[in-house]
Design a protein around this ligand. Sequence first.
Ligand code: NAX
Length: 328
Amino acid sequence: TKSPVKVAITGAAGQICYSLLFRIASGELLGKDQPVALHLLEITPALKALEGVVMELDDCAFPLLDNIVTGDDPNKVFDGVNMALLVGAKPRGKGMERGDLLKDNGGIFAPQGKALNDHAADDIRVLVTGNPANTNALIAMHNAPDIPNERFNALTRLDHNRAISQLAAKLDVPVTDIKKMTIWGNHSATQYPDIFNCEVGGKNAAELVNDQAWLADTFIPTVAKRGAAIIEARGLSSAASAANATIDHMRDWALGTPDGDWVSMSVPSDGSYGVAEDIISSFPCTVSNGEYSIVQGLEINDFSRQKIDASVAELVEERDTVAELGLI
Ligand code: NAX
């Protein structure tokens, strides 16, 4: 039998994790033959609630769940972990400036990056879901100088999945017909879901849609503001769908993407498509043998160029702010 993969998860008593942990423990991340150990990090006041979640995990008697570690000290909880899903973050309070938000999150992601640097296993891969995800991932990466940069990703897979679902509904086709969707840029309202390089049943999606007004005024804002629409309807932010996307991203990163398709991953920019370096931005990526590559050679039209540049400019601004704060 295989030895367990140790998966660290932060924010473990929160909403997203109430869905995420159970799916990972049931084998949906790494497969039905791969035992997992859960290393769950929370802040001290939430440890009691986390105990309750652990009781429920126990009560599922998951055959693949080897062991559970809990605590509020990342230096202990991250010991020997092979994967880290950084979900817990400081939410934006009412009237809070973006600089304050970045500063508070720096207080979380800088020490967590350092703890991963010092204690995680050599094959560690880190995925940041907690917002502002791209810049939180950049902070963690800069605080982990011994871990290769490309092991730090941020989540734009939920946006990717939302874009597929909206396009499938518009064209009245099954989601499985849609390939090569791309989210570019930041996981924020400036993100750019690109259907010019997307295929539907082998045909170009933008040509099939053939409706620039729908693209600009309906599709892009619906995808970009979907999080707010969920809050409006549910009274709470997306949780099960965010957990689902977190699993999709990490599973594809570990096990590979299917032939003839790609996924959207926020990865450290290497300058591809003119995206500024030293930011973590969303790109079309394929994965094989556990390593992602940014899909090269796609055509970027003027409309796409403008949208990508705007989102990248926002990421550069966030990077400059956290640099001024001394977080990176
Ligand atoms: P919750 O507030 O339900 O849970 C967050 C948990 O994190 C809390 O239990 C809190 O105690 C814990 N936490 C805070 N600081 C911590 C620290 N330093 N170490 C460990 N745990 C810590 O939020 P939830 O709905 O689960 O969302 C979590 C994060 O995901 C938020 O930042 C949210 O904005 C972000 N999201 C990101 C999405 C994405 O696509 N990238 C979509 C969904 C979601 O909005």
